[in-house]
Design a protein around this ligand. Structure first.
Ligand code: TYD
Length: 398
């Protein structure tokens, strides 16, 4: 495989087998034409970058039917409120122009005063972009890339802050993204983004963070090295609790701000834990293989005891677990979810029926596989009744 930044050859270190589109919830009539790709991962030693080899084209994932709505989780709505407050507090100068890449349904941008700040969201998926527009947020229903960005000539080098959350790891052509940022960002502007953190995935063996949309899993070491190649500089990295462990990165044009001391500590820690080199990947591979065996054993034990097993939350992450471990309706009767676009369809690849939360509450299982383990506090609070009958479990400790 070829590194998407350096163009150097790298050898994939692990394969998860054939994978469908993670958010490709499907109807029965489309089973036969379902799209699959080979999900392999590799690591670029030069820039410490964990990446997918093959992946579907972005328009196959982000289109008019994208079924992910940021506002579907209360926890995420709160998080985005706090994220916006942090941006306002830390950007002390006049904040005039702010762009969000991958603005989804506008959950982040709605926290800013659009009368005082020129707010623009870039969102390629039409259905979520429409929700954001209806909320009164200027939303460009296009991919953030150089071709689309250079049309905003009047904003050249004028954007004070460009933000993103759980979006940059979705963009295969990072070089083109950085070119777009270079075009728009003011001389003293900041590019602030947060993404699931490679270090957390390694610690937890939460391999379900790897799926078609997550083309990269970043660390502070990789972000520093990537942006360094393009005359930008990483000046801060702040750990976040979201998505089972994320990292917020702050980037500026080289030399325009002093890096924070705390950044050095994080980089040192990554070195110590081998997150900046292939050793940690090979340990991770072993952990995944053990986790797969243990999960299948656990499900077989449940079946021996005649337990009814259900899945809770039809997350993108669940697609990786179910397909990698080959778990279908032989183990799991249904997966319940709050998203109306998913209900009535089947899970990608393994074709487990997706049902409403009402169905879950009326048919409480003995064991529930918590696929949205990253939202466990919110879910445990809501599902106290289930706790009296059954038990939660997951492929990682929860
Ligand atoms: P998330 O972990 O954010 O998903 P992904 O792995 O796709 O990034 O979870 C979002 C999904 O979980 C979405 O389908 C809605 C569902 N969900 C529920 O059904 N109930 C809940 O209480 C929460 C928090 C999420």
């Amino acid at each position: 495989m070829i590194c998407k930044i350096t163009n150097k050859k790298i050898k994939p270190f692990m394969s998860f087998g054939k994978m469908p589109i993670a958010n490709g919830f499907i109807t029965k009539k489309d089973f036969k034409k379902e799209f699959f790709f080979k999900m392999e991962v590799g690591f670029s030693k030069k820039i410490s970058l964990f990446q997918l080899n093959e992946h579907p084209k972005p328009h196959q994932m982000f289109n008019k039917n994208y079924p992910f709505f940021t506002s579907s989780s209360k926890g995420m709505v709160n998080h985005f409120k706090k994220y916006s407050e942090w941006v306002k507090k830390n950007y002390k100068k006049d904040l005039k122009n702010l762009i969000e890449i991958g603005s989804n349904d506008g959950t982040f941008l709605k926290n800013f005063n659009k009368k005082k700040i020129n707010l623009i969201g870039f969102e390629p998926s039409k259905n979520v972009a429409q929700i954001s527009s209806k909320r009164g947020i200027k939303t460009i229903n296009k991919f953030f890339n150089y071709k689309n960005v250079k049309k905003l000539k009047n904003l050249k080098r004028k954007i004070n802050i460009i933000t993103a959350a759980n979006a940059i790891c979705h963009i295969p052509n990072l070089k083109d993204l950085i070119r777009g940022i270079d075009f728009l960002l003011a001389d003293d502007g900041l590019f602030i983004f947060e993404e699931p953190y490679l270090g957390s995935m390694f610690t937890k063996a939460s391999y379900d963070q790897i799926y078609d949309e997550h083309i990269f899993m970043f660390s502070a070491s990789s972000i520093k090295k990537i942006f360094d190649l393009f005359n930008f500089e990483l000046i801060n990295a702040i750990p976040q609790k979201t998505h089972g462990g994320s990292m917020r990165y702050v980037i500026c044009r080289k030399g325009s701000y002093k890096p924070k001391i705390s950044l050095k500590k994080i980089l040192r820690k990554e070195k110590k834990k081998n997150i900046d080199n292939i050793k940690s990947c090979l340990q991770f591979k072993k952990k995944c293989e053990i986790s797969k065996k243990k999960l299948i054993q656990k499900l077989e034990n449940f079946k021996k005891k005649n337990y009814k097993i259900a899945g809770y939350a039809a997350t993108s992450k669940s697609t990786t677990i179910l397909n990698y471990c080959n778990i279908g309706t032989d183990f799991i009767d249904f997966i319940s979810d709050t998203t109306k676009e998913k209900i009535g369809k089947f899970s990608p690849g393994m074709h487990i029926p997706i049902v409403s939360m009402k169905h879950f509450q009326k048919n409480l299982p003995d064991r529930a596989f918590l696929f949205a383990w990253n939202h466990k506090n919110e879910i445990f609070k809501k599902e106290k009744k289930f706790k009296k009958k059954g038990k939660w479990f997951a492929h990682i400790s929860i």
